[in-house]
Design a binder for this molecule. Structure first.
Ligand code: ADP
Ligand code: 5GP
Length: 210
């Protein structure tokens, strides 16, 4: 069977734990996590080509004009985008791809790739969300408040997603996402060919779906 990989979109407000969850997912299974491009400044410890591809605004716009992005969006005053070719090649090769992107980006991807799996990560509470962004220590007071205020609006988009996962503990959240991925792979409308083999009669059923 010629299987393509799943496009798994992990999205939700800043500080809910998307990055932490994606790292934990990769530890468990060999997913391909797309590295985004951004115009925001690197944080302490972030490495170009690993955390993000850090681009100038001019380079970013040049890449938009070359149609290099699967989606791009302005988030909290900076541009972010998903490089297209690597993602599509990897899916085609049969490997599952994870995109960790904001809500605007997720909705654009959904328009063009409705077969993707769209997962919204929720914090256990808004108070805990604020604690987590604060404890991460990466934002100025102003940026923290922008992200926190945006979170209230962003949560309204949850109905556009296929699944909601509360990030109470990282382990539980990752368990839920792995279960979602497993269930999605069993969906009849994703199966192109089913082959049922019988030990005596050999091939007894082969069905092709559109
Ligand atoms: P996002 O990528 O959604 O902006 P991060 O993965 O950077 O969020 O997580 C924000 C902060 O919350 C980080 O300091 C991270 O260590 C912490 N964090 C993530 N998940 C949990 C969790 N389940 N319990 C406690 N802290 C968490
Ligand atoms: P941060 O600055 O905290 O790394 O990311 C800010 C927001 O941008 C997060 O919600 C993150 O998921 C989102 N983001 C990261 N990469 C992309 C991308 O390629 N496209 C879009 N649309 N959002 C992204």
């Amino acid at each position: 069977m010629n299987k393509t990989g799943l496009l798994i979109v992990i999205s939700g407000p800043s500080g809910t734990g998307k990055g932490t969850i994606c790292k934990a997912l990769v530890h468990r299974k060999d997913y391909f996590v797309s590295i985004s491009a951004t115009t925001r400044n690197p944080r302490v410890g972030e490495v170009d080509g690993e955390s993000y591809y850090f681009l100038t605004k001019e380079d970013f716009i040049d890449r938009i004009n070359k149609d290099d992005f699967l989606e791009h969006a302005e988030v909290y005053g900076n541009y972010y985008g998903t490089p297209k070719s690597k993602v599509l090649e990897t899916i085609e090769s049969g490997k599952d791809v994870i995109l960790e992107i904001d809500i605007q980006g997720a909705l654009k991807v959904k328009e063009n790739y409705p077969n993707g799996v769209f997962i919204f990560i929720l914090p256990p509470s808004m108070e805990e969300l604020k604690n987590r962004i604060t404890k991460r220590g990466t934002e100025t007071e102003e940026s923290l408040m922008t992200r926190f205020k945006c979170a209230y609006k962003e949560i309204n988009y949850i109905s556009k997603y296929n699944y909601a996962v509360v990030n109470d503990t990282v382990e539980e959240a990752v368990n839920k996402i792995e279960s979602i991925v497993l269930a999605e792979k069993c969906r009849v409308d994703r199966i192109k060919t089913t082959t049922i083999l019988d030990s005596k009669e050999g091939l007894i059923h082969e069905q092709l779906y559109d």
